[in-house]
Design a protein around this ligand. Sequence first.
Ligand code: SF4
Length: 362
Amino acid sequence: MSPKAADWLERIRALDLPRKVRIMNVCGGHERSISKAGLRNVLPDTVELIPGPGCPVCVCPEEDIYQAIQWATNEDLTLATFGDMLRVPVNLRKNEIRSLEQAKAAGADVVPVASPQEAVALARARPERRVVFFAAGFETTTAPVAAMMAQGVPENLFLLLSGRRTWPAVSLLLNAGEVGFDALIAPGHVATVMGPEEWECVATDHEMPVAIAGFDSDSLLAAIHSVLRQVQEGAPLLDNCYTLAVQPGGNPVARRLLADVMEIADANWRGIGEIPASGFVLRPEYAAHDARKALPVEEGEARRRMGEMPAGCECASVVLGRIYPAQCRIYGAPCTPRNPVGPCMVSDEGACRIWWSNGRRA
Ligand code: SF4
């Protein structure tokens, strides 16, 4: 631990908290840093850190993954997607193809890409084939996708977009009857793009302490200290503990690109349901490259089964911070990174995968 982080930890330990304080984070990167640094083990017992909705792959609706599998296996096209989407299972029968990885193994042309530029390069390299770029992500991932579309893409490239906005999911939690946390660590990357202002109403409307954090222990502990002090003093506010990257108004170029290329729409979150104004969709002027509009959509019986979670899977409760990963009845047996039952055990940003990878067995 750096001297700065150790100093923040000392300050946290010196606080006289009136009660146990539950702090939710809403970023897979935060949860990864917290787990890797073992922060839960060094914080006082009066501080509880809860992973929340921080994994876009985990909330990507089954019907989108199912559709991607159908296109990859039934159509004469190439399916490009970020690597962590490949192994996400959908709830199909054992004899059916249940992930893009299985589709690839069965001969489908599925290509992992690391960026929108790679998807464009793939389409340019294969002009005779249609290429679908399946992009699931929060604001930070969706902004580069918007840039890709704004720059113009090859005729044979189509976008299956599962872009999601972080803030509406947090709003859903805050407006729920019983809020399961007392303070919020807001996502540094999202605030870098969208601006810190999105998180102000946590303090003003919900009277809940909130601090934006970066991704090292210094910044996370500074943010934890900030919200704990706010609890102690009974004076909630929005504190920016990631000033190196987060500026008022966010990144104006990225925000303009998002607004120019995409519209905000109600969107389905896997296991959770529809959340108002929580998704990005392409504007009508990009319809020729919108895979949902330009390609045939599968409407079969299997698609209607989409949305049912696998038996025993409690990913939705994990994503909403209602249970810890290890409280899922099938965490570790049978659900492991090698044999994932739910999406939270697949992605690097999934809480179950992060906990398991960092040795949490119970
Ligand atoms: Fe989902 Fe597996 Fe985690 Fe359970 S252990 S919540 S099934 S990912």
